[in-house]
Design a protein around this ligand. Structure first.
Ligand SMILES: Nc1nc2c([nH]c(=O)n2[C@@H]2O[C@H](COP(=O)(O)OP(=O)(O)OP(=O)(O)O)[C@@H](O)[C@H]2O)c(=O)[nH]1
Length: 136
């Protein structure tokens, strides 16, 4: 059976100097409104995943990622969506919620206590595990 090509989404687990991780709360009026997720968005035609991530984080948070510091961290998928998650410890600028919503910085083991879209729970567990193992 043929199925539609899934939408590709890229997202970042930004890890601050104090070890906390950034989540972004989606504006209420959007799909998944009010839920916390990793900043990022859809890869547009002609973009690389890393290029799309850099664009999204510049637009949403006003920061410039150091692309060399991105670590592939995990993926999650359902029928229509594939999310690639990268860990990142290096960027310039101060992250702020520029497109509505809010951002918060959470201890790794508190990430999955936030209300999230379903695909984000396994991603948050993966971030937590890789951080505890010193891999990211
Ligand atoms: N950035 C991001 N998106 C996620 C995560 N988890 C998850 O289910 N998504 C979903 O993946 C899609 C990301 O697309 P987007 O952020 O570019 O879409 P949007 O609805 O804000 O904007 P749009 O107006 O371009 O459609 C959204 O449906 C979002 O809820 C996540 O951790 N990070």
């Amino acid at each position: 059976m043929l199925v539609p090509v899934p939408v590709l989404v890229v997202a970042a687990a930004l890890i601050g100097a104090d070890g906390r991780v950034c989540l972004q709360r989606r504006p209420d009026e959007k799909a998944h409104g009010g839920l916390w997720e990793f900043p990022g968005g859809k890869v547009e035609p002609g973009e690389s995943p890393e290029g799309a991530l850099a664009r999204e984080l510049a637009e949403e948070l006003g920061i410039a990622l150091d692309l060399g510091s991105l670590e592939p961290c995990g993926f999650a998928a359902d029928g229509g969506l594939v999310i690639l998650l990268y860990a990142c410890r290096a960027w310039s600028g101060e992250a702020a919620a520029l497109e509505g919503g809010a951002i918060g910085w959470f201890a790794p083991d508190a990430l999955s206590a936030q209300p999230m879209p379903p695909l984000d729970y396994p991603l948050a567990s993966q971030v937590c595990r890789l951080l505890s193992q010193g891999h990211i």
